[in-house]
Design a protein around this ligand. Structure first.
Ligand code: AMP
Ligand code: GLY
Length: 442
């Protein structure tokens, strides 16, 4: 690989189109190292900070051509899908693209998220605390059902592959669990369920931990709590995430030290000893079981809606950190994290996470309502679209999660008060949001 050029200002390409990318775009654009930012494909929110590029992130040739034609220095990948499908490998294999700085792991590294079985074997091999498990396929279905009989409820079944966050079932009834195991192998989640991981149920409180690594060293980003269930009091169906809070009171210094020693360090050294060159984010979903952390899952990207909260608490230059991660010099970086709280409430379409309408007009969003921290309010766009009709632009809904309202303040209480006041201004038909984000942490 040719030596990296010495860069003073960078042209950056951010891949993705959600609230996470909106928050990343906002943060990257603050950097004095950023000369120009592109977001592919982006959304109406990212267009405040970046030039949106109307291409598919999975069309690697088109992305590569865009990078060369526009003199991009650094690529940052937001979602997992292009990584699991080998975007980094594509860049590395092309002599014209191999020198481009790239934040995101190879497809091998991305298997930490792309295959639950791979991730469990990795954790076992490197003695990283996680729930006990066994994997089964259609051929071993009856062994899987017998294994379920040997466990006590609740039963945790996980489709091995990517299933858009829906591939995990937690069931209280043994017969139902045995039936669902068969259903998964019969294609309930498509090919993702050809292999199913059955694991021990962990009782505790969840935490999302974020690491940026160059494969040798790492920075710990702020951690956050995500609210996954659609209903207040953590009830109802699982969603992509209905809100987030950072910092998380129970993730104190002692607990985070344990996370670093027992999980983060063995993960990085495990990647190294397995010969996986990992440059990018690692999102560790973990369970705090009486003060002891256990890994629930790895993701090879930032979380959404955690990123919306997390980015507003990073005071140091994220782009400098990203550049160092891509170059292998992250040991030279120091992250500065603000002491104040960040809280994000997601406004979703009525019906989400099941079917919901799209194309409904949105009012009350002031895109540049980005006042200075720590008293700031930001409205990040997730599923929105700008509709142009008869020379008039209307912002409309275009997804389940529509907008993320992120507030910074001195406490969870003050952030909650401000966030819900801001949300009152936002209107679209069927708007729904949880009113209890952060309540469990008070
Ligand atoms: P995952 O996609 O692996 O993150 O699982 C989705 C959700 O299921 C997690 O965020 C947890 O709330 C829950 N979950 C997954 N694995 C377990 C487990 N072993 N014990 C308890 N809850 C779990
Ligand atoms: N908020 C959880 C996730 O991004 O997967």
């Amino acid at each position: 690989m040719p030596p990296h050029r010495v860069i003073r200002f960078m042209k950056v390409l951010l891949i993705g189109s959600g609230g996470r990318e909106n928050a990343l775009a906002w943060k990257i654009r603050q950097s004095s190292l950023c000369s120009e930012l592109f977001c592919l494909p982006g959304n109406p929110g990212t267009s405040a900070w970046a030039h949106n590029v109307n291409l598919s992130a999975l069309d690697f040739k088109a992305v590569g051509d865009f990078v060369l034609e526009n003199g991009i220095d650094l690529v940052v990948v937001g979602p997992e899908d292009p990584l699991v499908k080998g975007m980094r490998d594509y860049f590395q294999a092309d002599p014209n693209l191999a020198h481009i700085l790239f934040v995101g792991p190879s497809s091998k590294g991305a298997m930490l998220e792309g295959s639950k079985d791979f991730a469990k074997q990795f954790m076992l091999r490197h003695a990283i605390p996680t729930a006990a498990y066994r994997s089964f396929t259609k051929e071993t279905l009856s062994e899987g059902q017998a294994f379920l009989e040997s466990l006590t409820a609740p039963y945790v079944l996980k489709a091995d592959g990517l299933a858009a966050g829906k591939g995990v079932l937690i069931l209280n009834n043994l017969e139902e669990a045995k039936q669902e195991l068969a259903n998964m192998m019969e294609g309930k989640f498509g090919a993702a369920g050809n292999t199913v991981v059955i694991e021990e149920f962990l009782k505790g409180i969840e935490l999302s931990v974020f690491v940026l690594t160059d494969g040798k060293d790492y920075l710990m980003l702020p951690s956050a709590k995500d609210y996954k269930r659609v209903g207040e009091g953590d009830t109802g169906l699982n969603t992509g995430g209905m809100g987030s809070v950072s910092p998380v009171p129970f993730a104190d210094e002692l607990f985070m030290k344990r996370v670093e020693e027992l999980i983060v360090k063995p993960t990085i050294s495990g990647l190294q000893s397995d010969g996986i060159d990992y440059k990018g984010f690692i999102f560790i979903g973990l369970m705090n079981c009486n003060g002891n952390p256990y890994v629930i899952e790895y993701n090879v990207r930032m979380g959404d809606p955690e990123t919306e909260s997390v980015m507003t608490r990073i005071e140091s230059d994220l782009l400098a950190h990203l550049e160092a991660a891509a170059k292998g010099t992250i040991a030279s970086q120091k992250i500065v994290i603000a002491p104040y709280t960040a809280l994000t409430v997601i406004c979703v379409s009525g019906g989400y996470p099941e079917s919901y309408p799209k194309g409904l007009p949105i009012s009350g969003v002031e895109p540049l309502c980005y006042k200075a921290a720590p008293e700031s309010v930001k409205v990040f766009h997730s599923g929105t679209k700008m509709l142009c009709q008869e020379q008039q632009e209307t912002l409309v809904t275009a997804g389940g999660r529509v907008l993320a309202v992120t507030v910074n303040g001195p406490s969870i209480e003050s952030c909650r008060e401000r966030a819900y006041k801001e949300i009152e201004k936002i209107k679209f038909e069927g708007i729904y949001f949880r009113r209890d984000i952060g309540c469990d942490l008070l």
